[in-house]
Design a protein around this ligand. Sequence first.
Ligand code: HEC
Length: 206
Amino acid sequence: MVFRLIQAALRACMVTFGLVAILNITPAAIAAPGPVPADLPQAVAEIESLDAMRSGLASTLEGQTEMPTGETFKQVCKPVGMRAKQLSQERGWQVKQIANRYRNPAHAPDNLHARMALAKFEQDPDLVGFWDQETMGDQTGVRYYRRINVEATCLACHGAKGDRPDFVKAKYPDDRAYDFNVGDLRGMYAVFVPATTQADVQAALQ
Ligand code: HEC
């Protein structure tokens, strides 16, 4: 039993460091707890592509002089939310976006750990992501937090309050996601990976 645990921990470490090398994120930027669920490195990779997707979509607005409309929005942050939902369903994770200054109230911090994670990112601009052992509902597992920074292309919709597109003002009366500057912390992704996902069960049986 103990041997199996050590084996699992070693495997997790090897996978993690392999991934860190691929993503070119310095190990210091990602703090790992002890043993982690086997599909956590996949969660990290999926979040990297989710974030790259938003940056890519937002950059298509660059150089546009027209105000973004509901139609344009469908091509930026909405696909990110949809992909997060899809990932949750496909993988059995809970993939969320969380922010103190949120636009959609569904993205408010959902527990004390999330509040602390936001404070941690706020304090340490070099921290890219980290893992936290958590219990959500009746499930134990690990939650991966990954920062989201404001880029120049985000300001079309998250810049000065008065400059927000009309569809934002109309659709989000309680909006708090404006007046950001480039480099500010916009929020974070949070991926809860239950300790009982299939990959773990398989790893335990090996
Ligand atoms: C075309 C307008 C538009 C652009 C450009 C845009 N956003 Fe958004 N963003 C929105 C809207 C609208 C929402 C609310 C989506 C919803 O209802 O789930 C949102 C939501 C978010 C959220 C989820 C948290 C919240 O406040 O509800 C994050 C994080 C976010 N945006 C980050 C960014 C980043 C980072 C960029 C630039 C790379 C960016 N956005 C560019 C319109 C935009």
